[in-house]
Write a protein that binds this ligand. Structure first.
Ligand code: SF4
Ligand code: SF4
Length: 405
């Protein structure tokens, strides 16, 4: 009976319980993924390695081990960075194993989580929440927010909340149509990158559609093991976007979630789309600066588009594009991980801050808002001044983007 109930619940998830066991069985325990796993590198514990976690998931799925606090700890400590999946010679689908295990065995519950769901699901509520934050920042009262929530210390200086139009027409000879995925965090905290993206796409001849009913990608809900909420968000997005045109994502965390759960739609990271456009009539002003690039795990391991960021930035004359040392290791941001697993998140962040200091970084390009918020917070705490920008914002500025569309 218990097993049947669990399988019924599985209808909302990527794998069924049986499929989880079959997928876990595909791991041949070779250990080639171990050196790529940030948590294994830090703890040295097999239970915090991909191979160990897969064994644990299978054992709990087969009722060989209990689903107890120790099991939860090892699952919670996983960043879902999917470096292991990238390294696996047997192509074990670690992401699906982890999403399914979280939904089946490690669901997070609580009044706070229930209260926040509508603010993530409905864009008008997300926007309503950003108004008081913006106003408090304008009145220099944002320090007060930090007393109410640890999330507040991550907040960047935000723009006045934006009302997005459903359509932004191409400003040159039209070459096509694309949809833009806003993302809950990006639209609330980094509207400048969204505006820069629209500016750039319009200039390259693309009409940009911004479907008003689109919602969060569902990655945070999945990380919390809330498969029902994640499915609701996926269904909303599925019906909001036109399948015939590319859906461009700005934050790779959203892009990865959409690629996994909206396989019938043409999801693409914006940099990967832009490098294949016709740039022959576009002039880009030179910039004699070193631009360091941080590769988000989701862009590198899931969307596999990290090289597009370098190719895009190389279109800026005189700019020197340099990968940040240690790019293959997660920064520790990882969605809500930076809040729920602060010790490990800060341990990994320190490695990034060391790389930034060692290379005297002044400009850091990153394609994921989660990485950007986490690294910026670390830099603030160490009184370091580094401009952290989305690559699209950097190149759009060199093309004349002034913050207004
Ligand atoms: S590399 Fe793949 S097959 Fe080998 S231990 Fe890791 S997950 Fe298992
Ligand atoms: S997803 Fe990342 S943290 Fe989790 S097991 Fe794989 S490599 Fe390790």
């Amino acid at each position: 009976m218990f097993r049947r109930q669990r399988e019924a619940y599985n209808a909302n998830m990527k794998l069924t319980l049986k499929e989880l066991i079959v997928e876990a069985d595909r791991c041949v325990a070779c250990g080639l993924c171990l050196p790529h796993c940030p948590t294994y590198r830090k703890t040295g514990s097999e239970a915090d390695s991909p191979r160990g976690r897969i064994q644990l998931m299978r054992a709990v799925a087969q009722d060989i081990l209990p689903n107890n606090a120790r099991f939860n700890e090892h699952i919670d400590l996983c960043l879902s960075c999917r470096s292991c999946e990238n390294a696996c010679p047997n192509s074990v689908n670690y992401g699906a194993l982890m999403d399914t295990s979280r939904a089946l065995f490690v669901q997070k519950k609580g009044v706070f989580l229930s209260l926040t769901k509508p603010f993530v699901r409905y864009r008008f509520l997300t926007k309503a929440l950003t108004w008081p934050i913006w106003l408090m920042q304008q009145c220099k009262l944002d320090g007060l927010l930090k007393h109410f929530s640890p999330v507040a210390k991550l907040l960047p200086s935000i723009e006045k909340p934006t009302s997005w139009k459903p359509l932004y027409s191409a400003t040159t000879d039209k070459k096509g149509d694309v949809s833009l995925f806003l993302g809950c965090a990006t639209s609330a905290l980094d509207s400048q990158t969204l505006k820069a993206s629209i500016y750039l796409l319009n200039k390259l001849g693309f009409t940009v559609h911004v479907p008003p009913r689109q919602t969060c990608c569902g990655s945070i809900a999945r990380q919390m093991g809330d498969a029902n909420e994640a499915t609701k968000l996926t269904t909303l997005n599925q019906s909001s976007f036109d399948q015939s045109m590319p859906i461009l994502t700005i934050a790779s965390g959203c892009g990865a979630g959409l690629c996994d759960y909206l396989p019938m739609h043409k999801i693409q990271d914006i940099s990967a789309f832009l490098i294949n456009c016709d740039w022959s009539d576009i002039s880009v002003n030179s910039m004699s600066e070193r631009i360091f690039v941080q590769d988000p795990c989701t862009l590198r391991n899931v969307q596999k588009s990290h090289s597009a960021v370098y190719a895009l930035l190389q279109k800026i004359p005189n700019a020197e594009i340099i990968p940040l040392a240690g790019n293959s290791q997660c920064c520790g941001g990882a969605g809500t991980y930076m809040l729920n697993q602060a010790y490990m998140a800060n341990n990994l962040l320190n490695d990034k801050l060391t790389a930034i200091k060692t290379s005297n970084v002044a400009i850091l390009a990153t394609s994921n808002i989660g990485c950007s918020l986490h690294i910026a917070n670390g830099l603030r705490e160490q009184n370091l001044t580094v401009s952290i920008l989305h690559p699209v914002q950097i190149i759009a500025t060199q093309m004349g983007y002034s913050g207004v569309i």
